[in-house]
Design a protein around this ligand. Structure first.
Ligand code: DC
Length: 229
């Protein structure tokens, strides 16, 4: 039996919908590689910040990044060969990353890197433009969402576990505002691909979401076709 390669599964959706956990576990379940595209935008921000390049200077940042090597593989992220997986999760880098995510020149570079990462491999990739802009021909696309209220409660729990005392109305308002902003972006906006399976995780555990997606993908793999909607 010939091995399947270059099979791409995309998972897009709003922030806080659990895309990373689901994508990671789905990749494991399918024996695919997991591509964390958010980590790549974070790495771009970290690289420019460390080099003292103002992140608002879009062409300068893109020019600088041309000579950097950004790699996300097997759940780790590397900048010029150094593992910076933990560094890119700091609150500072998290807040600076919006500049690289908004930079159309950087987006073009990241899209090329993401397509390269898929060559000759099978991947589960996760972001908000994967099924629409980066891999429009992907055979299996999912749009993972959950109600703003459910996402707010999940976020509250995370913060409480970190010893914080968050306010539910504030968190809910910020989630709603973020969704609106992500959908209205000029570049790389959050959009549901027309041919995506919509998975609402409001009443499902992460494991239930993974099982559901895995069964859809396995069916497509069996027939070497695409995931039927
Ligand atoms: O998923 P995350 O929090 O690691 O993503 C970091 C930032 O990058 C976040 O602001 C969303 C943005 N992003 C993007 O613009 N396009 C992607 N494909 C993935 C993430």
């Amino acid at each position: 039996m010939s091995e399947i390669t270059d099979f791409v599964v995309t998972i897009d959706g709003p922030a806080g919908g659990g895309k990373s956990t689901v994508a990671k576990n789905l990749a494991k379940e399918l024996n695919f590689n997991y591509l964390d595209t958010g980590a790549m935008y974070r790495t771009a921000a970290l690289a420019a910040y460390r080099a003292g390049i103002p992140l608002e200077e879009y062409p300068q940042v893109a020019e600088f990044l041309k000579d950097r090597r950004i790699l996300n593989r097997d759940g780790r992220t590397f900048l010029d060969g150094n593992d910076i997986s933990d560094d890119i999760r700091s609150p500072l880098i998290t807040s600076l990353t919006r500049h690289t995510a908004d930079n159309p020149l950087v987006r073009r570079q990241m899209v090329l890197l993401q397509r390269q990462a898929a060559k000759g491999r099978n991947i589960v990739t996760e972001g908000r433009d994967q099924g629409t802009e980066v891999f429009p021909d992907a055979p299996c696309k999912f749009y993972l969402t959950a109600s703003p209220e459910v996402r707010a409660i999940r976020r509250m729990k995370q913060l409480q576990e970190n010893g914080e005392s968050p306010s539910y109305p504030e968190i809910l308002a910020s989630i709603i505002k973020r969704d609106e902003g992500d959908m209205a972006r000029q570049v790389g906006p959050l959009r549901k691909p027309d041919d995506a399976h919509i998975v609402d995780s409001s009443d499902l555990s992460a494991q239930e979401v993974v099982s559901l997606m895995a069964s859809v993908v396995k069916e497509a793999l069996k027939t070497k076709s695409s995931c039927e909607i």
